[in-house]
Design a protein. Structure first.
Length: 122
């Protein structure tokens, strides 16, 4: 987690990164949300083990002992991470298309201005 944070900081400080973000950038928020939910889930399991004094041997046993609401919470965390990743990906795509559209619009306006000057000089 620390290395991921340092990597993001290095990218943020890089001047080229602000112009064009890497293709894997939308995965970062989803990964962060997923890891947060995983850590929260593990903390909940640990709390239940300590407070309820139930020794659990494996991950599968631990997951089966959870109440249905805990299962829904873990699935909800994964779903939220996927939705966030998709939303950031769509926002990046929209930003990329908007940038291309502005460049095309600028080129067309320049060509229109140049052609109007040529026709008026004839």
């Amino acid at each position: 987690m620390l290395l991921l944070g340092i990597g993001i900081l290095v990218l943020a400080l890089n001047s080229r990164w602000s112009r064009k973000r890497p293709r894997w950038f939308p995965l970062l928020p989803g990964l962060g949300i997923f890891l947060f939910n995983l850590f929260l889930w593990q903390a909940t399991i640990t709390w239940e083990q300590v407070n309820l004094l139930m020794p659990v041997q494996s991950f599968a046993t631990c997951y089966s002992l959870l109440s249905p609401i805990r299962k829904v919470e873990s699935v909800n965390g994964i779903f939220f991470a996927l939705c966030t990743t998709l939303a950031v990906q769509l926002a990046e795509t929209a930003h990329r298309y908007a940038t291309k559209l502005k460049q095309s619009n600028h080129q067309l306006q320049h060509q229109i201005g140049r052609s109007s000057v040529e026709t008026s000089s004839r």
